[in-house]
Design a protein around this ligand. Structure first.
Ligand code: EPZ
Length: 427
């Protein structure tokens, strides 16, 4: 397994290009199942999870072709086409590798009237149930059955009638499955307390470009008028607001001055607000957002929340930054029950953090020292990279396959901004 070596203390400067959003791409790709025409997605990030999802799509008979892009370019143009579905089964050995596979449930059901998808396992950050996915599909008229570790969804004869559903808990994935199902239902569906994340807006914009009828996009109350069929189109994936926020923390912890090329202010508002309270200068420019940190880092209290609140996917990265603040910060993780696995690894580098349940108390320290540390999940591994950039000496981050799931060519992007970082294959 590869590992990443960082020799800390280098100030980041220059420009870091932001790739297409992983969490948008993972819900845009299955939309190719909703039409027999070709769907072309531009700005798709080169990530393990994206490759994995494209492989899963072939399971149902979809073809995927990658348009010519120079290997050194970031992002890819991929065309997927599913003129007819050869299967509506997503098997365990594919789903267990990537829990986002559950996002084929709605599109298969909507297109073929049936779907059989292996239940995704939990993951490091929580048990991640899918009860809301199943409840909302039932509200749209599907019959749901659980057996042998699979969920089977079936539409009644004559197709899904559509229906209304109020989410008791905001769920990004369940909202995405609901949208990809309701667009082809026979009637109108209304979703209340739906997720409002920018990735949901990206999905709605793609579905509308394919011919869907969706009202109040961006709000938590969505009305979807089912249509008979959807059409192919070409669509550019939004920039990755979490990747951008992660590199903002990297620039800040090194006292750097970095332009996050392609980053968008509105989608990052809560992260930028937190960074500004920490004392980081965030300036919106024509081509992106410039991050400058030339003064002391101030402690803050942060609590994650559904959009437009502070993204849970930014918690670990901000915690790494706050390890170097002059004072004590309090972080509250309200979304997932086990998202502090980066804490013991940061402690190996000299961080002083106490956790109790959903709360973490981060006592800023004057210095951190490089160490051998272990990535446990995607965002935790990024927090170790961020800490390593400012630690004295050498940091070795192992199990970086976690990183490759969400950060396109991370060491290249950081190295060209001045970091002393390299990836080496393990013995
Ligand atoms: C998406 O996961 C993202 N993944 C996650 O990003 C992100 O952390 C999360 O949304 C929250 O923003 C993708 O988009 C691929 P949820 P998702 O359904 O859809 C509970 C990353 O690092 N819940 O909004 O799985 C759930 O347990 C990843 O890029 C139920 O109880 O998240 C959690 O506590 C990590 N029942 C809360 O809701 C359900 O049926 C929010 O989960 C579904 C969810």
């Amino acid at each position: 397994m590869d590992k990443i070596i960082i020799r800390g203390g280098k100030r980041l400067s220059g420009t870091i290009p932001i790739s297409g959003a992983k969490n948008a791409a993972l819900t845009l790709i299955p939309c190719a199942l909703l039409t027999e025409e070709p769907l072309t997605l531009r700005n798709l990030p080169r990530l393990a999870d994206i490759d994995g999802f494209q492989h899963l799509m072939t399971q149902f008979g979809a073809s995927t072709t990658v348009a010519g892009k120079r290997p050194e370019d970031f992002g890819r143009v991929v065309t997927m086409e599913a003129p007819r579905l050869t299967s509506t089964v997503a098997p365990y050995d594919l789903v267990r590798k990537m829990r986002a596979s559950i996002l084929v449930l709605g599109p298969l059901l909507a297109r073929a009237g049936e779907a059989t998808v292996s239940l995704p396992g939990g993951c490091a950050i929580g048990n991640r149930p899918i009860d809301l996915h199943l409840k909302v599909l039932e509200a749209l008229g599907a019959e749901i059955e659980l057996a042998q570790g699979y969920v089977r969804a079936a539409a009644p004869d004559g197709g899904l009638p559509g229906g209304d559903f109020t989410f008791p808990v905001v769920s990004v994935g369940a909202t995405e499955n609901a949208l990809m199902t309701a667009v082809l239902a026979n009637g109108t569906s209304r979703l209340f307390n739906a997720a409002r994340e920018p990735e949901i807006v990206d999905l709605c914009n793609l579905l509308v470009a394919m011919g869907a009828e969706i009202e109040d996009i961006g709000s938590g109350d969505l009305t979807i008028h089912g249509v008979k069929r959807l059409f192919g189109t070409t669509y550019k994936v939004m920039p990755d607001r979490i990747e951008a926020g992660s590199y903002a923390c990297a620039a800040a912890i090194t006292g750097g001055d970095v332009l996050l090329e392609g980053a968008k202010e509105k989608e990052m508002a809560a992260t930028l607000h937190a960074l500004r309270n920490i004392g980081v200068i965030c300036e919106v420019e024509k081509t992106g957002i410039r991050i400058t940190a030339d003064g002391p880092l101030k402690p803050v209290n942060l609590s994650t929340a559904p959009y437009p609140g502070l993204a849970t996917d930014m918690q670990a990265q901000l915690m790494a930054l706050l390890c170097r603040a002059e004072g004590t910060s309090v972080l509250t993780e309200t979304i997932f029950e086990n998202r502090y696995m980066h804490v013991p690894e940061l402690a190996r580098m000299g961080a002083h953090i106490e956790t109790s349940g959903r709360t973490a108390i981060v006592h800023g320290v004057d210095r951190m020292t490089g160490a051998e540390v272990m990535a446990t999940d995607l965002r935790a591994s990024m927090s170790l990279i961020i800490a390593g950039l400012a630690a004295e000496g050498e940091t070795q981050v192992r199990r970086i396959y976690h990183l490759d799931r969400g950060y396109e060519r991370l060491e290249e992007k950081l190295a060209q901004a001045g970091a002393d970082i390299e990836r080496i294959g393990d013995e």
